[in-house]
Design a protein around this ligand. Structure first.
Ligand SMILES: NC(=O)C1=CN([C@@H]2O[C@H](COP(=O)(O)OP(=O)(O)OC[C@H]3O[C@@H](n4cnc5c(N)ncnc54)[C@H](OP(=O)(O)O)[C@@H]3O)[C@@H](O)[C@H]2O)[C@@H](O)CC1
Ligand SMILES: Nc1ncnc2c1ncn2[C@@H]1O[C@H](COP(=O)(O)OP(=O)(O)O)[C@@H](O)[C@H]1O
Length: 479
């Protein structure tokens, strides 16, 4: 607690070096952290005013007494006192009202305080920042939804590790910038005891395939992309481009739809396309030993995608299943070389729940999908969640410009290319998501919100290189 309060005080002092700091302490350990922060800021010569709820919590009481001992008595927190304190133009308020011990809904008396704080922050011309301890008050640690009443923070100092609510929007929108302080606990420990691991770029780069100088296109992996239907001819082509740019040696598109071949030639003559009126014929090629190193199936494939996926899963190839093929009848059909790539709407269909439930708790949804379907699941979003039999991974990065059509198709191609180059399903999923989001960052820097899936594909090579370079150069832990 002493270390937590000190870290909060340091973040406030660094970010807002001048002006009065108003400390708001609730009656739990989150409030006690706030009282410690107040004492530290006072010791560093800052003007501090403390409004606190009385508590039976022994450490809270001890820190209240310590404040008194250093000449900074806390005042009892009430709406009228808070209103008056906010009128005296503090530079910042530290929100230590509620942390991980909060159970919804917010009680009305506390809700009134939160409303006053938010109103002061959004007053026109106000130059006043809110720093939340561990979580913005009113946000539940394990849920990604925005409740009716919550503190809108500018900065959240997360203690020990980021809670799921600080990782996934929309709850993460309430947190502002998130600064994680480890409290001296090793990162490996906090990640295991938090719910998911967030691998850094060095770890991802370490998993990427490496080629011998004399590699030829056969070594770099043959990918089959099965998709396309009238009206969705672009989907398999985008997946094909993603696969090419993620290093696949040979990429062939299989479709019933003639338009796919024309578009493929137009977009990238390196892509091969075979039009098969009956895609079931692929089974004949596979039975005859003509097998790809990896397969991606489902992008714009149309109504009988699940039937084709069922057949393809029996081939026991490294396989990515996406879009139209993500259907509940495939429950249990995954094997260890399969990667499922649903967005929240498709995940809801697969689990038979509402999309809102997926968005509210992506970690639980990804874990449940993996348990029911087998293999590896990439639950897409910003960020995506990767569920493997060994646990959950939440790769970093991305760009809001990636919220545009065709990005998921591209991702499938990328993951298929990595599978074809010999990565296991968990590694291909993790590296694929990060390569895709890194390319999104690079393309986003050029195109902003006008970023298209083709723009992202064009940056995949540079993204790969950037990941490898960051691993080579950066010998310090990432934040
Ligand atoms: N390793 C660790 O764990 C570390 C933990 N640390 C810190 O501890 C924090 C967790 O502390 P915590 O468990 O005391 O809970 P906390 O968030 O202060 O809330 C409890 C208070 O909230 C109240 N309250 C609850 N629901 C409410 C509602 N609906 N509406 C209104 N009030 C409600 C509840 O009231 P009661 O129900 O008791 O009347 C009680 O007073 C954590 O976030 C981090 O800051 C760090 O120091 C580092 C190490
Ligand atoms: N704001 C964002 N930040 C990071 N990644 C994002 C963001 N928005 C979308 N993405 C990524 O873009 C892809 C969208 O997938 P999907 O919805 O299946 O697209 P489509 O079906 O149009 O190809 C996913 O990989 C997702 O993680």
């Amino acid at each position: 607690m002493e270390e937590a309060g000190r870290a909060v005080a340091a973040a406030v002092h660094e970010g807002i070096p001048q002006g009065t700091v108003l400390i708001l302490a609730g009656s739990g350990a989150n409030g006690a952290d706030a009282l410690v922060a107040a004492r530290r800021l006072h010791a560093w010569g800052r003007a501090v005013r403390v409004l606190a709820q009385p508590s039976r919590h022994p450490l809270h009481r001890a820190n209240w007494a310590r404040l008194e001992a250093v000449g900074l008595p806390a005042e009892v927190l009430s709406p009228s006192r808070l209103e008056e304190a906010l009128r005296s133009s503090p530079a910042a308020a530290v929100d230590g009202l509620l942390g991980t011990g909060f159970r919804p809904p917010v009680r009305p008396e506390l809700g009134e305080l939160i409303d006053l704080l938010n109103a002061a922050r959004s007053r026109p011309g106000a130059n006043f920042r809110v720093i939340s301890i561990d979580l913005p008050s009113g946000i539940e640690a394990a849920r990604a939804t925005l409740p009716e009443t919550y503190v809108q923070a500018d900065l959240t100092v997360a203690l020990g590790g980021p809670k799921p609510a600080l990782i996934y929007g929309p709850a993460a929108h309430a947190a502002g910038r998130v600064q994680v302080v480890g409290l001296g606990i090793p990162e490996s420990w906090t990640e295991v005891h938090a719910l998911a691991v967030r691998p850094g770029d060095r770890e991802v780069a370490g998993l990427l395939p490496v080629r011998f100088p004399d590699a030829h296109k056969g070594d770099a992996g043959r990918v089959w992309i099965v998709g396309g239907h009238p009206g969705t001819v672009g989907a398999p082509v985008l997946a094909g481009l993603g696969a090419l740019r993620a290093g696949a040696g040979l990429v062939t598109l299989y479709s019933r739809e003639q338009g796919v071949a024309a578009l493929a030639v137009n977009q990238a003559p390196e892509l091969m396309a075979r039009i098969l009126p009956d895609l079931g014929e692929l089974a004949v090629d596979v039975a005859a030993g003509k097998r790809p190193d990896a397969l991606a199936l489902g992008m714009g494939l149309g109504p009988d995608a699940a039937r084709l996926a069922q057949a393809a899963l029996a081939w026991k190839l490294p396989t990515v299943i996406d879009a139209d093929a993500l259907q509940p009848e495939l429950r249990g059909a995954g094997h260890e070389q399969v990667v499922w790539t649903p967005h929240p709407g498709e995940a809801a269909r697969m689990l038979g729940v509402k999309t809102g439930e997926i968005v509210a708790d992506p970690l639980s949804a990804a874990r449940e999908l993996q348990r029911q379907y087998g293999g590896v699941v990439v639950l897409k979003g910003g960020p995506s969640t990767v569920a493997t039999p060994a646990g959950l991974l939440v790769p970093r990065g991305g760009h809001p410009g990636m919220a545009s059509a065709g990005m998921g198709d591209t991702l499938c191609g990328v993951i298929a290319a990595l599978l074809a180059q010999g990565l296991s399903a968990p590694h291909a999923a993790l590296c694929g998501v990060r390569l895709h989001s890194r390319a999104g960052e690079l393309a986003g820097a050029k195109h902003g919100y006008g970023l298209s899936a083709s723009d992202l594909s064009a940056e995949l090579g540079a993204a790969w290189q950037a990941l490898v370079n960051s691993a080579a150069q950066n010998c310090y832990p990432e934040p």
